[in-house]
Design a protein around this ligand. Structure first.
Ligand code: ADP
Ligand code: MG
Length: 613
């Protein structure tokens, strides 16, 4: 049969169905057709490279392994040419006229299963070659196979049900796809537009891509190279390019895995945490690639929320290229990726923390808040994340921190709980009345300075089988200490606490002698277990119901304190003055607890007291 004259073919029924959807669905991301055609060109070059290994007689053997795009805004055309493997006449029919290939097959399968609107599905699957018909009035594919014995052909279609094939002379090796654009898609014939699209989706394709003669992709896909070969400067350059960053990365993790998925990942921690400056919440910024072609620049569930500060790329050959951004249909793939990468990154941080503690601590100072968020909310990784937390404590120097693991290793045999105190800073915690009882008993207390810490401690709840307990919690029981000389007797203490309860009335829930106090005369414990002072302050700030009700506290007094001894005398001899002192002691305790809402009555009372001096 002669092939010299144009011959007309009907598309296979499934292809007709597909084309109908592609053309008639208003699809918002038309631009992905560029990505699809460039991937096909890149695949064709890759296939040629393989063929060259075994075959000697390659047509047009001098042609460069590159992809050339040309825009013509006058003619409203876009041309994509590769010097790849090309197609014979039979291959044109097979590959472009039937549904033999992967991407479109999947698309139609999903269409059959879901019965969903086609428009949504196009978003979910790249439809490969046919995506060109979203923007094309007509598509011409000039192709010459690598086999020198085969003539060249041009395949033409307007996407409406049939196509034509005709022999064509003077073709180079490979394929040249000429797209005559629809009028409303004419901007795809603008150089700037195609440049932008190529930079977004195809920046790391390994074969050279030229647009109107200018090279587009100059940065290598570093993540696919072996770590020992890559220099620090290259990593930094890559980071700046990929993350649109201006700083040097603080940490980087470059790894590959084969099971359960093939993964090549290159992750960076930037210098600073931008959320810290009150900037907007970071968006996930790890880009997902499949063999160097961008699948999704900001995939939502690729990593857990608390890793949103990471930059970089993840590449997996196991991802079908035609999964596209609106969906990530295949949840299980993404979940698997998530699991592997998170685990690796946590292990990396654990290793860093022991190998380079200083650098880790600097990282922690900046990004620790994300680890805290994770420890509190990500149940799967809670254990590893809690190990990564660092706090100052009553046993560390100012500015030095400890890990919970180390805290536990220092715990005495009798200690069952891990104690912590929340306060604005070290001085505030150390000068408050809550710590002294623990110090006197050699119990270490972690110091928590950030508002989220309390939330974190409450959610983490326990570590290594030990409960995390607030040292100012009403339920904390401490072992007895020997009573020093000159303390109030049990009887005197009893009388004093009874009098104090009567005198302070509604302001206190309970007054009792304290086992926590060593030097301070008194302390206040919030009698509402479920609302700590910090929480109450937060609720007040958010104007939540209930936060404004006056607090009722347990007042604990120290029978060893000179102030209490004096009060035990004066409450009998001059009850009026003693009442003022009692009120003042309660206010002082409330101040230390961060629970005094209004200091005005206190000032008036103090003046009254001063009068009597
Ligand atoms: P997929 O790339 O998933 O196979 P496409 O619809 O993108 O699906 O392409 C269909 C087929 O057409 C490809 O598998 C390939 O055999 C052939 N093809 C497309 N573009 C080219 C090209 N530039 N050079 C050679 N073959 C091509
Ligand atoms: Mg393809």
């Amino acid at each position: 049969m002669s092939t010299a004259t144009p011959q007309k073919f009907e598309f296979q029924a499934e292809i007709k169905q597909l084309l109908d959807i592609v053309i008639h669905s208003l699809y918002t991301e038309k631009e992905i057709f560029v990505r699809e055609l460039v991937s096909n060109a890149s695949d064709a070059l890759e296939k040629l490279r393989h063929t060259q290994i075994t075959e000697k007689d390659i047509f047009d053997d001098k042609a460069e392994l590159e992809i050339n795009l040309t825009t013509d805004d006058k003619a409203k055309t876009l041309t994509i040419q590769d010097f790849g493997i090309g197609m014979t006449r039979a291959e044109l029919i097979e590959n472009l006229g039937t549904i033999a290939h992967s991407g479109s097959k999947q698309f139609l399968k999903a269409l059959g299963e879901g019965g969903a609107k086609g428009a949504n599905l196009i978003g979910q699957f790249g439809v490969g070659f046919y995506s060109a018909f979203m923007v094309a009035k007509s598509v011409k594919v000039y192709s010459h196979s690598w086999r020198a014995s085969e003539p060249g052909h041009v395949w033409t279609s307007d996407g409406s049900g049939s196509y034509e094939i005709e022999e064509a002379a003077d073709l180079r090796r490979g394929s040249k796809i000429v797209i005559e654009l629809k009028d409303d898609c004419a901007d795809f014939a603008e150089e700037w537009k195609i440049k932008e699209i190529l930079e977004r989706y195809s920046a790391f394709v390994s074969v050279p891509i030229n647009l109107n003669g200018k090279r587009i992709n100059t940065v290598q896909a570093l993540w696919l190279r072996s770590k020992n070969e890559v220099k620090d400067e290259e990593y930094t350059e890559f980071y700046k390019f990929q993350a649109h960053a201006h700083d040097e990365p603080r940490l980087r993790l470059h790894f590959s895995a084969d099971a359960p998925l093939s993964i090549n990942a290159l992750l960076f921690v930037p210098q600073s945490n931008t959320e810290k400056f009150g900037m907007a919440r970071s968006e996930p910024a790890i880009s997902l690639y499949c063999r160097k072609v961008l699948i999704d620049a900001k995939p939502k569930d690729l990593l857990p929320e608390w890793l949103r500060f990471l930059k970089g790329v993840v590449d997996s050959e196991d991802l079908p290229l035609n999964i596209s951004r609106e969906t990530m249909q295949d949840r299980s793939l993404i979940e698997k990726l998530n699991k592997v990468i998170t685990k690796r990154f946590l292990k990396f941080l654990a290793d860093e923390s022991s190998a380079r503690p200083d650098a880790y601590n600097e990282f922690y100072a900046e990004f620790g808040v994300f680890l805290k968020e994770g420890a509190a909310l990500d149940f799967t990784h809670k254990e590893q994340l809690t190990k990564l937390l660092r706090y100052e404590s009553s046993l560390t120097e100012k500015g030095k921190t400890t890990a919970l693991t180390d805290y536990v290793s220092r715990m005495g045999a009798d200690q069952k709980e891990i104690f912590y105190l929340v306060g604005p800073n070290r001085t505030a915690i150390e000068s408050g009345p809550y710590l002294e009882g623990f110090k006197a008993r050699n119990l270490e207390v972690l110091f928590c300075y950030e508002p989220v810490d309390e939330y974190v401690m409450n959610n983490v709840r326990e570590f290594d089988g030990k409960k995390l307990t607030a040292a100012d919690h009403a339920d904390v029981k401490l072992a007895d200490l020997p009573k020093p000389e000159g303390a109030l007797s049990e009887d005197e203490t009893q009388k004093l606490t009874t009098w104090l309860k009567e005198t302070l009335g509604e302001r206190v829930a309970e007054v009792k002698a304290s086992d926590r106090l060593v030097d301070s005369p008194a302390l206040a414990i919030n009698s509402d277990k479920f609302m700590s002072p910090q929480m109450r302050r937060m609720m007040k700030a958010m104007k939540k119901d209930g936060a404004d009700e006056p607090v009722k506290v347990n007042l604990e007094i120290n029978p060893r304190s000179a102030v209490m001894k004096r009060l035990a005398e004066t409450h009998v001899s001059s009850p009026e003055k003693a009442k003022l002192v009692a009120e003042q002691i309660l206010d002082n305790a409330l101040i230390s607890a961060g629970l005094l809402d209004d200091a005005t009555p206190m000032v008036a009372r103090l003046y009254k007291l001063l009068e009597s001096v």
